[in-house]
Design a protein around this ligand. Structure first.
Ligand code: ADE
Length: 233
């Protein structure tokens, strides 16, 4: 049976998922806790990585290489770049880039290193499942580029630069790491985020205020995806 990895960055992002699992077994590995269990009969392994690209890379790799997951779904919150996105709105990534990756001194574009890609695409089948669920539930689901970096953005100028340089609609701190790991290991992956703030001067305050409620919106949607993925087989 297929085993689905569900990953977040922070405890708040995965708690609403763990609370719905049956037969949970907890394992600690490389300083992370992994929750292996089932959701309506589907085997899943759930973990939060801790914030940022390095921790996210480690956890995504472990979920695939140590726990044998063959698909990865990421659930969490993001800062909005697009003015269409309000707090609590959902966005799925069609592609992910690293806004803080910079070897432009050598004539390369922002976000690019040799043998890498500026923008890594997510799995089309998983995106289509998400779109079907959204239309069934009457939810608005934006699809766009998500920019990742090891910076909490609380500055409109920096946000606008990321938006124009990468054509990004939202930003966060882990998605592109998961994209690098999964695309390199040929594991289909999906990145969902609910908006917690607008990456402007109020971002810190809004993030604290809306982290839990937006994380819940994202987690609920991810669980519907697990149901749909199970019944597709
Ligand atoms: N995740 C949620 N909001 C964010 C922001 N403003 N910057 C970086 N990551 C985020």
């Amino acid at each position: 049976m297929s085993k689905i990895a569900i990953m977040g960055a922070m405890p708040e992002e995965i708690e609403p998922i763990i609370s719905k699992l049956d037969n949970i077994q907890t394992m600690t590995y490389a300083d992370n806790t992994y929750y292996e269990g089932s959701y309506n009969g589907q085997m899943v392994v759930v973990a939060y990585s801790k914030i940022g690209k390095v921790f996210a890379t480690l956890t995504a790799t472990m979920l695939i290489e140590k726990f044998g997951c063959d698909k990865l779904l990421f659930s969490g919150v993001a800062g909005a770049i697009s003015k269409e996105l309000k707090i609590g709105d959902l966005i799925i990534a069609d592609g992910l880039c690293q806004h803080d990756l910079d070897i432009t001194a050598f004539g390369h574009p922002y976000g690019y290193v040799p043998e890498g890609e500026v923008c890594i695409s997510t799995d089309v089948n998983l995106r289509n499942i998400a779109k079907d669920i959204a239309s069934l539930k009457g939810l608005t689901l934006k699809e766009g580029i998500i920019a990742t970096g090891d910076q909490f953005i609380a500055n409109s100028e920096r946000k606008d630069w990321i938006g124009s340089e990468f054509k990004a609609d939202a930003l966060e701190m882990e998605g592109a790491s998961v994209a690098v790991v999964c695309s390199t290991l040929n594991v289909p992956f999906f990145i969902l985020r609910a908006i917690s703030d607008s990456a402007d001067m109020d971002a810190g305050f809004n993030f604290d205020e809306f982290l839990e409620s937006s994380a819940q919106v994202s987690a609920d949607f991810i669980l519907s995806m697990v149901d749909a993925m199970r019944s597709k087989k």
